[in-house]
Design a binder for this molecule. Structure first.
Ligand SMILES: *[C@@H]1O[C@H](CO)[C@@H](O)[C@H](O)[C@H]1NC(C)=O
Ligand SMILES: *[C@@H]1O[C@H](CO)[C@@H](O)[C@H](O)[C@H]1NC(C)=O
Ligand SMILES: *[C@@H]1O[C@H](CO)[C@@H](O)[C@H](O)[C@H]1NC(C)=O
Length: 409
């Protein structure tokens, strides 16, 4: 009798959990219907600008991240939402997405107290994920290692800057004109609407995408590193191995389609001028041009030092030690490697799963093994052409000159 009661209550709990999951799932896929809020007279502190660099695993975000990170006006953190997924790893991506959103919201405002949910009390800034890669956390007032304007040195920082407090990191954050956060843990734009409507934030979203076949190759060569993240993306479903990899790839491509549809079908006014899509392959082809455009979009000025660094890492081969540890010298070769390294069968499979995303983003499918290996057959459709066809009358990719730039409404 006792045993029966226990199993009954377990059964009821399981059923309830399933109902909650179904409800959450359907909300995840349903379009947001909340109306935009009215404007407000509050403004971001001292014209501060906030940037989210939305990317995906293995999509070449380290180069673009560094371009922000090493800029003297930028307080940059790489993937603070890692802590949410780490702490709540038994949940799925859908269930934790609002926790991710709220954490990004607070950190953009330099409120690091939100980390209390994910770190032991009174933690040092060096408990933040990949902290030593952030120039700002290796600079005064946290650490004397990196003088203002200098590039940071990650191995040195890791040794010498471990003692700065989170409170000091928050103070430092308030001192910069730009806060930039990179994340691979956002799969749609709707959850970011409260940030876009927050009158104390001036948010710009950079969405970095990459050819799914190149992402696939890069993910396959990484192995077990992505297992925990895959678990969350797939809601801990039982699929394993290659099949799980395909499912994650499909989820990533669906997120591109979903974001595009949000922008094209009925973009809310508060998104206008705040979203910019960047293709990794375009950055590889024209790094300076693309970085200049990204800086312009986010209100940053190019510095001589950064200009020199970008030129050197992308034009010269070999010798010089790379201060950013981001090897983009072979970027062109690496970005095409899938064409020689991947079996055509896998390429076909990825093309099938990512058909919609590829046609939206301007990546052409290859129809045969022969075509795949024919490197002079370009698979990248020109960006201008691509963008033109995606332009909707209600939505402009960049603020037009007649609009009050970056304001609501
Ligand atoms: C950090 O603080 C500890 C304890 O106060 C001290 O022993 C250590 O030398 C400090 N490390 C650095 C790099 O300043
Ligand atoms: C903020 O910047 C000012 C001027 O550059 C500097 O004097 C001050 O020490 C900085 N404060 C913090 C907390 O970084
Ligand atoms: C960028 O440069 C312009 C003109 O030189 C200057 O007015 C502006 O304040 C600079 N912006 C930042 C964020 O440094």
């Amino acid at each position: 009798m006792r045993r029966l009661r226990v199993s009954l209550s377990v059964l009821v709990t399981v059923l309830l959990l399933e109902l909650v999951t179904i409800a959450t799932l359907s909300r995840w896929y349903a379009p947001s219907t909340s109306p935009p809020s009215a404007g407000s007279c509050s403004t971001p502190p001292q014209g501060k600008i906030h940037v989210l660099l939305l990317s995906s695993w293995r999509s070449g975000s380290s180069f673009l991240g560094q371009v922000f990170n090493q800029h003297p006006s930028v307080f940059y953190l790489m993937e603070p939402a890692w802590h949410v997924w780490k702490t709540l790893h038994m949940s799925g991506a859908q269930e934790v997405r609002m926790a991710v959103r709220d954490l990004l919201h607070q950190v953009l405002k330099c409120d690091l107290s939100v980390m209390d949910s994910y770190l032991p009390r009174q933690s040092k800034a060096s408990k933040l994920f990949m902290w030593s890669h952030s120039r700002a956390l290796c600079s005064p007032p946290l650490c004397s290692l990196t003088p203002p304007g200098a590039f940071s040195n990650q191995p040195q920082c890791e040794k010498r800057c471990v003692n700065g407090s989170l409170a000091l990191a928050a103070d430092a954050c308030r001192n910069y004109s730009h806060v930039v956060l990179k994340t691979v843990r956002i799969f749609e734009l709707e959850s970011l609407y409260p940030l876009l409507r927050d009158p104390t934030l001036d948010l710009r979203i950079i969405h970095l995408v990459r050819d799914p076949r190149a992402v696939w190759r890069s993910r396959r060569s990484l192995g077990y590193d992505l297992v925990r993240d895959n678990g969350l993306v797939l809601q801990h479903s039982q699929v394993k191995g290659l099949e799980a990899d395909y499912r994650v790839m499909e989820a990533i491509c669906q997120s591109h389609v979903r974001i595009y549809q949000t922008l094209l079908l009925d973009p809310p006014d508060f998104l206008r001028g705040r979203y910019k899509m960047v293709r990794y392959e375009d950055v590889v082809d024209d790094p300076l041009g693309q970085v200049n455009a990204v800086y312009k979009f986010t209100g940053l000025n190019m510095t001589h030092q950064l200009h020199r660094w970008i030129y050197h890492t992308t034009h010269l081969s070999g010798s010089a030690k790379d201060p950013f540890e981001t090897s983009s010298r072979n970027a062109k070769a690496v970005s095409r490697a899938w064409r020689t390294k991947l079996a055509h069968q896998q390429v076909r499979q990825v093309q099938q799963l990512c058909k919609g995303a590829m046609s939206l983003l301007g990546y052409r499918a290859v129809d045969s093994d022969k075509e795949q290996r024919q490197l002079d057959r370009d698979v990248l459709l020109p960006r201008e052409l691509n963008q033109l066809s995606l332009e909707s009358p209600r939505f402009s990719w960049l603020p037009s000159k007649t609009d009050k730039p970056f304001s609501e409404g």
